[in-house]
Design a protein around this ligand. Structure first.
Ligand code: DGL
Length: 259
């Protein structure tokens, strides 16, 4: 098989990266994709830095071993923990990461109040601190770790009373504050976007990094002459470390039917 026809390896700690895969498939429909979710070890966001680095590197090695021509780390947590190591180990391979979409949320209006929802690790790591520093004079930026939210998505619980109760408690401290926008800084969160919007109200604009990551993937593939120029639609293969049929079924449902 020619290199350009090799798949793009897309990785997440579980099902969250499907919110990015959806943007990739929409923007680059001719590409072949190999999606790997490490649901067996999810959530990553509450683990130690060393653990996440090790899990991420092992999973990316697996995708490269399967012939991936490029890697999309469709996980904010894994990106903040391991993207530098991955790039050092694979100097010639395009490795695209994702980070919270803070820029568009800050630029949306003059000095907005911006909520950044992400995993405890993403918000704790240097990468996010550097990003926040860039915009700290232009907005009030409030970090909001959301431990436990990834688990709802992994269970396929994308709506319902328990999820609404979770958000009610999470957002309670901001009841008297005028929030202008919320950044969904974990790829699992766009999969429950409708519930987040309902609980925050229509006046809050939501942002996520999925589309930007798809555009960046296009740029990086083009630069290396790796875009698949064959005219037919590409394929998507799902793999999950949990290895159950339910997970694969849920992954397919999330990609093709839920949004
Ligand atoms: N989907 C992941 C992210 O974007 C992480 C979730 C987790 O495993 O904690 O951060």
């Amino acid at each position: 098989m020619e290199q350009m026809q090799q798949p793009i390896g897309v990785f997440d700690s579980g099902l969250g990266g499907i919110s990015v895969l959806r943007e990739l498939v929409a923007f680059l429909p001719n590409e072949n994709y190999l999606y790997l979710g490490d649901s067996k070890h999810a959530p990553y966001g509450t683990k130690s830095l060393q653990e996440v680095q090790k899990l991420t590197c092992n999973n990316i090695e697996y995708l490269i071993g399967k012939g991936a021509k490029a890697i999309v780390v469709a996980c904010n947590t894994a990106t903040s923990a391991a993207i530098q190591i991955l790039r050092e180990h694979h100097k010639d391979m395009p490795i695209i990461g994702i980070e919270p979409a803070l820029k568009p949320a800050v630029l949306q209006k003059e000095h907005p109040n911006v909520l950044v929802m992400a995993t405890p690790m993403t918000l704790r790591e240097e990468k996010f601190h550097a990003l926040m520093k860039r915009y700290e004079n232009e907005a009030e930026i409030i970090s909001l770790p959301c431990p436990g939210l990834v688990e709802f998505v992994e269970r396929g619980e994308l709506e319902g009373e328990a999820l609404e109760a979770y958000f009610k408690e999470l957002f309670a401290p901001f009841a008297d504050k005028k929030i202008d926008s919320a950044v969904l800084g974990c790829t699992h969160y766009p999969l429950v976007k409708n519930v987040i919007q309902k609980m925050l109200g229509d006046s809050v604009t939501l942002f996520d990094g999925g589309e930007g990551t798809a555009h960046e993937t296009y740029r990086r593939l083009k630069e290396k002459n790796l875009l698949n120029t064959t005219p037919q639609k590409g394929t998507v293969i799902f793999e999950n470390t949990e290895g159950t049929e339910q997970k694969t079924a849920l992954a397919k449902q999330l990609l093709w039917h839920t949004f």
